[in-house]
Design a protein around this ligand. Structure first.
Ligand SMILES: *[C@@H]1O[C@H](CO)[C@@H](O)[C@H](O)[C@H]1NC(C)=O
Ligand SMILES: *[C@@H]1O[C@H](CO)[C@@H](O)[C@H](O)[C@H]1NC(C)=O
Ligand SMILES: [Mn+2]
Length: 389
């Protein structure tokens, strides 16, 4: 109401209340466009977000609804896929993107440097943004799977900001975003997406979208379950679930034959036939317990040897980690790897041609003290470090 008054009236009001504006030494009103005049800004500067405040985006990154904003370009996007309607046990991973973002609140672009990586992924000359979530149908899985494929396709089809901004005369030495351009059918640089699940089914629409850009890829799959459909042999064929999507991917030709690998498997199976079935889908299998025999370095060696210099997609089910350290997940399995072990094996993937990555199966309703969300957010930071090396 007061702002509608003519400024001479305002000035006289101000002179009466001058004691409340002791720092105002100009004749401008506090309602002018110059924010420096206002008390907060003159005293404390910008309204920054701190760890426990502000809108929720991954690591406090700028958040844009990228899907309907074609002019928004980036090099790496965080994208939520809140889909959980094809799980076999506990539902709840639709809140995974929320949980992982929440677990990332103490992170930030200005303090992303770690002794573990010796670098800050946000300071490598690449634009990393949070693209929000894909609106997925919670009722119709076929529709939701198509929505996720359409969203992923939309974002990876854009040019990277770096490539569209190649006249980088700004002094900052910009690294090429990835070596993956050489795998793209059009020979161009495509942005990379770190997807926050969602249940593991989201990988099928992602692989379908990646196929359009790169053709088939190899997969490094961290999980306590194989997800190649041996259990679903009991269910009607053709049903896409979070335990069968790799079988569909193989049948659709989305995987480079016999070049993918699981890490951390320990779920209970129907018998050794399940292993033969898994091998026929094209996976090598590193069971959880082998880490005690060959160590982290041995795991890394096997992962790298399997995928070689092919384009590789990295998918991490949070249940690869021991449920004592990451309880909030749909199908927990006892006796898993530690967070530290998983992090070290991820760091060992440095230099591979990573075309995309995801962190899935976080179901925050089963969490305690945000423990799982914090682990998941930390692994997403590792993905960003891997992609920006
Ligand atoms: C793009 O180029 C402009 C002008 O050189 C520069 O200010 C901006 O920081 C660049 N953006 C990126 C992400 O390199
Ligand atoms: C992949 O491995 C299977 C055995 O599991 C074999 O039958 C098949 O021929 C292999 N495919 C290729 C393309 O090497
Ligand atoms: Mn799993």
């Amino acid at each position: 109401m007061i702002s509608l008054l003519p400024s001479f009236v305002l000035l006289s009001i101000l002179s009466i209340t001058a004691h409340a504006h002791a720092h105002d030494h100009t004749t401008q009103t506090p309602f002018s466009s110059s924010v420096e005049e206002e008390e907060w800004t003159s005293k404390y500067g910008p309204q920054i977000d701190i760890g426990f405040s502000g809108p929720l985006s991954f690591s406090h990154l700028p958040q844009t609804r990228c899907l309907d904003s074609p002019s928004t370009l980036f090099d790496i996007a965080i994208l939520g896929m809140p889909f959980d309607t094809s799980v076999s046990y506990r539902p709840g991973a639709r809140f995974g993107p929320f949980g992982i973002r929440s677990g990332s609140r103490r992170m930030g672009a200005t303090h992303g440097w770690t002794t573990f990586w010796g670098m800050n992924p946000y300071e490598q000359g690449l634009e990393v943004i949070d693209c929000g979530d894909v609106p997925v149908s919670p009722y119709d899985n076929a529709l939701a799977i198509d929505q996720m494929e359409a969203a992923y396709t939309t974002l990876i089809s854009r040019p990277t900001l770096l490539s569209s901004n190649s006249s980088s005369s700004e002094g900052v030495e910009a690294k090429p975003i990835s070596k993956s351009a050489k795998f793209a059918k059009d020979g161009k640089d495509h942005p990379r997406i770190v997807t926050l699940g969602g249940d593991h089914t989201i990988v099928l629409p992602i692989l379908r979208a990646l196929y359009k850009v790169y053709g088939p890829v190899s997969v490094i799959h961290y999980d306590s379950h194989m997800d190649t459909g041996s259990a679903t042999l009991r269910t009607p064929k053709g049903i896409i679930t979070h335990g069968s999507y790799f079988l569909h991917a193989k049948e659709e030709g989305l995987l480079i034959a016999n070049t993918s690998i699981h890490a951390g498997i320990r779920g209970k199976l129907s018998g050794p036939d399940a292993l033969r079935h898994d091998e026929s889908v094209g996976f090598e299998l590193l069971p959880t317990e082998i880490i005690d025999d060959i160590g982290v370095d041995g795991i890394v060696e096997r992962l790298r040897a399997r995928v070689g210099d092919r384009p590789v997609y990295v998918s991490v089910d949070i249940d690869v980690i021991d449920p004592g350290l990451a309880p909030a997940t749909g199908t927990p399995e006892a006796g898993g790897w530690t967070t530290r072990e998983v992090k070290r094996t991820l760091r060992g993937l440095k230099g591979l041609n990573i075309v995309g990555a995801d962190l899935v199966e976080v179901a925050p309703a089963y969490d305690h003290a945000d423990i799982t969300s914090i682990v998941a957010a930390d692994l997403v930071h590792d993905f960003l470090a891997l992609m920006t090396q």
